[in-house]
Each structure stands twice: as structure tokens, then as C-alpha cells.
Design a protein around this ligand. Structure first.
Ligand code: FAD
Ligand code: UDP
Length: 382
């Protein structure tokens, strides 16, 4: 009899496993239907030897000292340097919107004071912000909403910003100073040897109390594996066999494009360094292109290699059998999820965790925080 059967070897499942095995002396079996650990945060070298994030770019950031210190047990870090550009109207724009973007918009130098005054004049006010359209119009004004947000959001979610929760677009910062970093958290760092190595170190730290079975769907082992408690980090609607209908998700198709080192002279005019394909790690495409963003991880991994790989992201309609990358934050999904949550609360021997287990658009640090709290609660009953 093992103490915990944990479904999913992503950040949620492995944080819970590490705490339960190492801190609390329990035994755990972690199963994942994929062939690797790390869930969507897994990184690896592609067939050309380029280190990539195959499930989309993962920029670690957090304001939490607790999460940073906890993960520092398993990795050294390198600075994040997450610089993103938007490509619209035939040019690259500094993004998220900051003083530099404003100057590009005006076509001349400006100042924080001028930008603040402009925003005051152009932003729309709402008594109570109800959706992503209002969240953007109230902070950025209609010009930047149209230029950067409306088209991108429609492509990404197949929903208009006014149908989506305010938090979706609300997570993009706005700055009236010259600071084009994509995110604003205190710690913006990447695991020095990659995410997968971080996860391997978490597994190793657990010693023999942890067993890990990859290529294993929990449904194939759950009844033949005696356990005291189940931790489920897969999609909550699958656990309940879609009793209340399928939850809505967005899936992605990734297209990879390798460029050999012989063909990467760089382009000073466009800000593309030698050995690279595009000017920054990520370029967002709010326009007519069918993809939303292009990612060249080499900009942030600093891997010394001649060639480079670009990954284009095409959002697609989700259907069962595809990867449920994004829960969709809008009122209808909230209603369905609430019904699953009520079912979940009736189960004493099952705990749901993570982005899919709790159907929430969560970043890595948020799922780690939650797994730390929930593991503690399981043991200490708090
Ligand atoms: P997951 O990583 O999804 O792990 C769940 C695991 O459960 C999967 O490995 C799956 O195979 C397994 N599983 C599911 N069903 C079963 C089953 N029946 N049997 C066995 N195993 C099963 N966060 C950031 O902080 N910064 C970023 O820049 C960032 N970028 C992102 C980009 C993209 C494109 C996406 C999709 C997410 C991004 N995230 C980012 C969010 C980040 O990926 C999540 O916060 C994190 O992966 C959640 O970890 P998790 O363990 O909860 O879920
Ligand atoms: N967004 C946008 N234009 C952009 C970048 C983001 O409209 O250039 C909106 C879009 O709705 C997106 C959301 O803001 O889904 C959150 O963006 P983020 O880059 O944080 O998304 P993630 O990395 O989670 O896919």
C-alpha cells in the first residue's frame, strides 16, 4: 500500500511528491501518461541539438520568496531577460506598452509625463471592470487595444476580449517608463540547466520513497494500485468522466523551423544578432497571421550553438485527445467548473491540484505555491 498515488509529473505533482516523500516521510507513486517528467514545463534538445520549450515558452517569474527559495534547492538560476516584441503594421514594437512603445506610436521622443497625460485622455472609464476589453480600454486606451490586443485575443481564445474574464488581458503590464520587460515580478529567472534537470533533481531528492511511472495513464493502474489518497493534476472533467459536460479548453499546434548556423548572419537594422533568427525571444503577432507568437528560446537559454530553432504557435479548437493547454476564463466555463468542484469536495480521498485539476489559468509559481499548501494540509489537516 502506498500513501499517495499522484497523477501528473508536472510542477504540481512533483512538488506534492517531493513534500510528501522528503518532508513528511510518506511513499508516493507518480504516474504520467507522457513519456517525460515536467508536464508542460518540460524542455529538451530538438533533433538539431537546440534547447527548446516544446510546449510553449516558459518564463519563470515570481514575487514569492518562499517559491524561489523552495525551487532553489533543485537548481541554480540564470537571469530571465524576457524581452518580447509585437509585430504590427509592418514593424516591431516594444511590448508590453511602455514609454518606448509610446514614442514609436508618436514617431518622436516623449516623456513619462506626456504618456501619463495621453493615457488619462485616451483611457475609458468603467464603474466596475467586467471583462478583458474593459480591462485593456481602461488602462491602455482604444488605440493600443486595437493595435495589440483585440486581434491577438480573438486568435488565442476564439473569443472576443469582452467575453473573457478581465484577468486574461489584465495580466499584461503597462509602464510609463522605458522598461520593456514582459513581466514585472521580483524574480525573473530560468533554471540554469533547464527545467527538466530541475524536475530530475526534485525526483532524485525523494530517494526510494518515490516511484515514477511514465507512459502510464492513471486509469490503467488506479484499481490495481492500493493507495491511501489520490492527488489528481490532470483535467478535472476527465476524472469525473465528463458528468457535467466537457470543460472548454484551447489547444495549440506548434510548428518548428530550424535555421542552420550558416544562414544566420543577423540583421543590425532589425536588431537581430548574428546566430539568431528574430530580434527577441518572443514576437507577438496581433494581425492577420494565423499564429499568435514566434519563440526563439536561444535568446534566453544562452545556449552556445550555431543554429537556432523558431517555434510558431497556432491556437486551435480543442477536442478530446488533444492537449488541453489553456482553461478558458469566461462565465460559462466557471459555471461548469463549479459543478465539478462540488463533486470534488465530496471526495475525502482525492485532492485536485494544478492548472488542469483546478481549471485555472495559473503560472508555474502559483501551482508550486498551491501544491506546497495542499501537501501541508494533507498531512497537518489544516
Ligand atoms: P501540467 O504541467 O499540465 O501537468 C499535468 C500532467 O498531468 C501532464 O504531464 C499530463 O500528461 C498529466 N496527466 C493528465 N492526465 C493524465 C492521466 N489520465 N494519467 C496520467 N497523467 C495524466 N507559466 C509561467 O509561469 N510562465 C510562463 O511563461 C508560462 N508559459 C506557458 C505557455 C504555455 C503555452 C502554456 C500552455 C502554459 C504556460 N505556463 C507558464 C503555465 C505552466 O505551464 C503551468 O503553470 C504548469 O505547467 C502547471 O503545472 P501542472 O503540474 O499543474 O500541470
Ligand atoms: N495578449 C494580447 N496581445 C499580446 C499579448 C497578450 O492580446 O501581444 C492577451 C491575450 O489575450 C493573451 C493574454 O493577453 O492570451 C495573456 O498573455 P500572455 O502572454 O501572458 O499569455 P500566455 O503566455 O499565458 O499565453
Amino acid at each position: 500500500m502506498i500513501d499517495y498515488l499522484i497523477v501528473g509529473a508536472g510542477f504540481s505533482g512533483l512538488t506534492a511528491a517531493e513534500q510528501l516523500c522528503r518532508k513528511y516521510g510518506k511513499t508516493c507513486l507518480v504516474v504520467d501518461k507522457r513519456a517525460h517528467i515536467g508536464g508542460n514545463c518540460y524542455d529538451c534538445k530538438d533533433e538539431h541539438g537546440v534547447l527548446i520549450h516544446p510546449y510553449g515558452p516558459h518564463y519563470f517569474r515570481t514575487n514569492s520568496d518562499e517559491v524561489f527559495q523552495y525551487l532553489s534547492q533543485f537548481t541554480r538560476w540564470i537571469p530571465g531577460n524576457y524581452h518580447v516584441l509585437a509585430y504590427a503594421k509592418d514593424q516591431f514594437w516594444s511590448f508590453p506598452v511602455n514609454l518606448e512603445t509610446f514614442e514609436q506610436y508618436l514617431g518622436r521622443p516623449s516623456s513619462t509625463e506626456e504618456m501619463e497625460a495621453w493615457l488619462k485622455e485616451h483611457c475609458e472609464s468603467f464603474d466596475d471592470i467586467q471583462n478583458s476589453e474593459q480591462a485593456v480600454l481602461s488602462r491602455f486606451g482604444r488605440e493600443f487595444y486595437t493595435l495589440f490586443f483585440e486581434g491577438y485575443t480573438l486568435k488565442q481564445w476564439q473569443k472576443h476580449p469582452r467575453e473573457l474574464a478581465a484577468s486574461v488581458c489584465g495580466r499584461i503590464p503597462l509602464r510609463t517608463v522605458r522598461d520593456g520587460r514582459y513581466v514585472s515580478e521580483t524574480y525573473q529567472v530560468l533554471p540554469a540547466d533547464g527545467y527538466t534537470r530541475l524536475f530530475e533533481n526534485m525526483v532524485d531528492a525523494c530517494g526510494t520513497r518515490l516511484q515514477l511511472h511514465l507512459n502510464t495513464d492513471y486509469r490503467d493502474v488506479v484499481s490495481s494500485t492500493p493507495h491511501r489518497h489520490l492527488i489528481f493534476t490532470g483535467p478535472i472533467d476527465t476524472y469525473f468522466d465528463y458528468q457535467h459536460g466537457p470543460l472548454p479548453y484551447r489547444t495549440l499546434r506548434f510548428e518548428r523551423e530550424f535555421h542552420s548556423g550558416d544562414h544566420l548572419p543577423g540583421n543590425l537594422h532589425l536588431g537581430i544578432p548574428e546566430g539568431f533568427i528574430q530580434p527577441s525571444v518572443q514576437v507577438n503577432y496581433p494581425g492577420e497571421e494565423p499564429w499568435t507568437r514566434c519563440v526563439e528560446a536561444k535568446h534566453i537559454t544562452h545556449q552556445r550553438i550555431a543554429g537556432s530553432t523558431l517555434i510558431r504557435e497556432f491556437p486551435e479548437t480543442y477536442e478530446v485527445g488533444k492537449e488541453p493547454y489553456y482553461p478558458i476564463p469566461f462565465p460559462e466555463s466557471r459555471e461548469i467548473y463549479t459543478q465539478y468542484k462540488q463533486l470534488a469536495e465530496k471526495l475525502d480521498q482525492v485532492t485536485f491540484m494544478g492548472r488542469l485539476g483546478t481549471y485555472a489559468y495559473l503560472n508555474m509559481d502559483q501551482v508550486v505555491t498551491s501544491a506546497l499548501r495542499k501537501s501541508k494540509r494533507l498531512i497537518e489537516g489544516m
